[in-house]
Design a protein around this ligand. Structure first.
Ligand code: GDD
Ligand code: MN
Length: 400
């Protein structure tokens, strides 16, 4: 008897993609592309999807790819069926996970076992048209770090979705946009589970197992400058059943919030707050000097002391809060530009501050001091955000 084709060992430990494929002899020729097919009860689809993918990929990149089925110990024995296909398709590998569960981790574990420098994922149920894979590959070859099959660009769509399902899908996207604009805003179809990413873009970033939508995780934590998108029509499922339940919507929300907290520059914001606080004392000190010691007029003293405080804040922010950014934008001209922008943001802040206090006091009828406190808090956030977008822009040094 011939022993059953061996299954691939199950990657364990933290959810990190290694910079170099692990456990392989680097002398041996490795495939360039590794495509993960996550499965749960896909016995009716697995042979067909593998056959179609092999045919398509053999046309374009013969013997330069591998397919990795990651099955969560399906009761219908998808893993067994898949492993029986290996003699026909030597580029096929199969992982049977007996302890871990979930779509996101299935994909990540697959990538951990992958040998390629380009990592991809496609559903097993044929809802993702397999031929799109070549277009995605083309985008990566052109230089994109991430190539996503999208239902919301030209050529894309859904086949027979009800109004309710369309509404839910769009609603989820809007929610994502509100919570995580800098990530979701870059993707027309953040829910897509059909994409490719360069290993180098996500290697050694700790990925979180939360959520069903691994693309959001990749786009949020990866180092991705260029995202390409290709339209596709999400087909109806012919065989098997979807695994999506209400639980996934909750997980999605949890995922967005987790990412929000881990992407927010907490340390930077704290420093910005401390510097702002120091500015208050500089302002008061200089004001006292001008008014009481030098006996200069009120308005002139106020303006002068504010400007000194702004200079103080700028210097500390440039040196400390955003030191990592400014150290890459060397030269006095650039520093002057940052300083002028900072001034502009501060000025806008003062005007808005007055506006907010007026609204809260005169219209909302809050206590004056409470109104002022709220205004200060709001302006601090706004100032921080504007300054990191304008004055100390990370992307000034590495923009697409
Ligand atoms: N290993 C593993 N573990 N695979 C899973 C699990 C799991 O817990 N849950 C689902 N899968 C597999 C399915 O077998 C299928 O191949 C694929 O993941 C997608 O699951 P479906 O249940 O068919 O999801 P869908 O039809 O709602 O698709 C939506 O989600 C997909 C995945 O994010 C769409 O948004 C797709 O575009 C998206 O690809
Ligand atoms: Mn499906």
């Amino acid at each position: 008897m011939i022993p059953a084709s061996p299954l691939l060992p199950n990657p364990t430990g933290s959810l990190l993609i290694p910079v170099q494929p692990s456990g392989v002899n680097l002398q041996q020729k490795l495939p360039k592309f590794s495509l993960i097919i996550p499965t749960y009860n896909e016995s009716q689809n697995i042979a067909e999807i593998v056959g179609i993918l092999v045919e398509i990929l053999d046309r374009q990149i013969p013997s330069d790819y591998e397919l990795i089925v990651v099955d969560d110990d399906s009761p219908d024995r998808t893993w067994e069926l898949a492993s029986k296909l290996i003699p026909d398709y030597p580029q096929l590998r199969v992982i049977r996970r007996e302890t871990e569960r979930g779509l996101s981790t299935a994909v990540i574990r697959g990538w951990q076992a992958a040998q390629g420098e380009v990592l991809g994922v496609i559903d097993a149920d044929l809802q993702h048209p397999p031929e799109i894979i070549l277009q995605l590959w083309g985008e990566i070859e052109k230089g994109a770090e991430l190539a996503v099959a999208s239902r919301n660009v030209e050529g894309g769509g859904v086949s027979e979705w009800s109004i309710v399902r369309r509404f839910l899908s769009r609603g989820a996207q809007m929610l994502g946009l509100a919570i995580l604009p800098e990530v979701i805003g870059r993707l027309t179809d953040p829910m897509s589970g059909f994409f490719m990413v360069r290993r180098s873009a996500i290697a050694s970033k700790l990925l979180s197992p939360v959520g069903y939508k691994i693309l959001i995780e990749v786009a949020a934590r990866g180092q991705i400058r260029w995202i390409a998108e290709t339209g596709y029509v999400f087909r109806e499922r012919v065989a098997g059943a979807s695994k999506v339940t209400w639980k996934q919507y909750i997980e999605y929300l949890q995922h967005l919030i987790t990412l929000r907290f881990s992407l927010w520059p907490v340390t930077r914001f704290l420093r910005f707050g401390i510097v702002g606080f120091s500015g208050v004392f500089v302002d008061l000190g200089v004001f006292y000097l001008l008014r009481t010691v030098l006996e200069i007029g009120l308005t002139r003293s106020a303006i002068f002391s504010s400007e000194i405080a702004i200079i103080n804040n700028f210097l500390w922010n440039d040196l400390w809060t955003f030191g990592d950014v400014s150290s890459k934008q060397i030269g006095n001209r650039k520093r002057l530009r940052r300083f002028l922008k900072f001034n502009l943001v501060c000025l806008a802040g003062v005007i808005l501050n007055v506006l907010i206090v007026n609204i809260l006091f005169n219209i909302v009828h809050l206590n004056e001091y409470l109104a002022k406190l709220i205004a200060i808090a709001m302006i601090t956030f706004l100032n921080f955000w504007l300054n990191s977008k304008l004055s100390w822009r990370v992307t000034d040094t590495e923009k697409e």
